[in-house]
Write a protein that binds this ligand. Structure first.
Ligand SMILES: [Fe+2]
Ligand SMILES: [Fe+2]
Length: 195
């Protein structure tokens, strides 16, 4: 495991431990972007740290692409498959370390490491757009043909934006303060037929 991977791991651990529950205002901000009952179950069934990670990633995308609702939804929902493993911060770190050491995963760890596929399969069943499903499935791998390079870069930047650097409180306080998600009526992008 590289030093940068270790820093990433520790930063993510700090994120999970220190994340605040979404406020009622933030819950109302997210709600219009959850279009199907299964999506709502998936998002709100996550631990608070994953809910906040999804919201922060979605805000990051919205800051650069405010009209790209499916892109914002992809950022919001991409890690929802993690909830199946029910692993806390220590278990998650252990899962990553075991994988780095080449040890065979336990069923829970396998579920955690496979969270992209698990979430994508659920989103496909829910009726989510191909972009949302594809990003969720591939976000820890290579860009699939169905996602344009510029869209992929924005989503990857959003996923990593809050994990860079040492996990000190000072660093956390220097994170960019992103604006709230733009209002969404749930239909505009679908009507336009944009990806
Ligand atoms: Fe992930
Ligand atoms: Fe993520």
């Amino acid at each position: 495991m590289r030093v940068s991977d270790l820093i990433h791991l520790v930063a993510r651990l700090a994120d999970v431990v220190l994340s605040r529950r979404l406020t009622p205002l933030e819950q109302a901000e997210v709600a219009p972007y959850l279009q199907f009952p299964m999506e709502r179950d998936m998002f709100w069934g996550q631990p608070r740290a994953d809910q906040r990670h999804g919201l922060e990633a979605a805000r990051f995308v919205a800051a650069g692409c405010p009209g790209r609702h499916e892109l914002i939804r992809a950022a919001l929902l991409h890690d929802t498959g993690k909830r199946h493993a029910r692993l806390g911060p220590v278990g998650r770190s252990w899962a990553v370390l075991r994988r780095a050491a080449g040890l065979a995963p336990t069923p829970r760890i396998a579920s955690y490491l496979d969270h992209g596929k698990l979430g994508a399969d659920e989103l496909a069943t829910a009726g989510a757009k191909p972009l949302v499903v594809a990003y969720t499935r591939h976000h820890h791998g290579e860009r699939p043909d169905g996602i344009r390079p510029e869209d992929w870069d924005v989503l990857q930047d959003a996923d990593r934006a809050f994990l860079a650097g040492p996990p000190s409180l000072a660093n956390r306080s220097q994170r960019p303060r992103l604006a709230r998600l733009p209002p969404y009526d749930g239909v505009s992008e679908r009507v336009r037929g944009a990806p």
